[in-house]
Design a protein around this ligand. Structure first.
Ligand code: CU
Length: 148
């Protein structure tokens, strides 16, 4: 009598691959930090913040609105700044606005903003819902990388 034990083991491997159905991770998961505005010296102002994306899909910042005046999104190219239509928020990454780089540009401010004020800014994205951010007004020379 012979016993054929060989081929039985082949079928078992296919069952292991199911369990990775975490569909939330496939979407962008955005959060905002480090928002501030240096106290403006005219009716124009810049704003800075970080947008982090913990999700597995990229998103895009498509526009910014505020009740203090019109806002546009600028990037810095060499010495000049340019308005852009959108900026990517990479999957598992972040979009950083900082002095000398990307920044929000406020124009025709409706009233004077001083240190201690808060500016409410609404960020609009291609895929995620809008995020509302309180942007504190700091001193004109505030710089988060040297401030502490
Ligand atoms: Cu600008």
């Amino acid at each position: 009598m012979r016993r054929f034990a060989g081929p039985v083991a082949v079928l078992t491997g296919a069952l292991v691959l199911t369990g990775c159905g975490g569909s939330d991770d496939a979407k962008a998961q955005l959060s905002v930090g480090s928002a501030y505005m240096p106290q403006p010296v005219s009716d124009m102002a810049a704003g800075f913040l970080d947008i982090a994306n913990k999700g597995g899909e990229k998103d895009e910042l498509t526009s910014v609105t505020s009740d203090v005046g019109p806002v546009s999104v600028h990037e810095t190219v060499g010495q000049a700044m340019e308005e852009v239509k959108s900026l990517d928020v990479p999957a598992h990454g972040q979009l950083v606005f900082k002095s000398g780089g990307n920044h929000l540009m406020f124009d025709k401010l409706k009233h004077t903003l001083k240190q201690g004020d808060n500016v409410t800014v609404k960020l609009h994205f291609a895929k995620s819902g809008p995020l509302t951010v309180e942007m504190p007004v700091k001193s004109a020379t505030y710089n988060p990388t040297t401030g502490h």
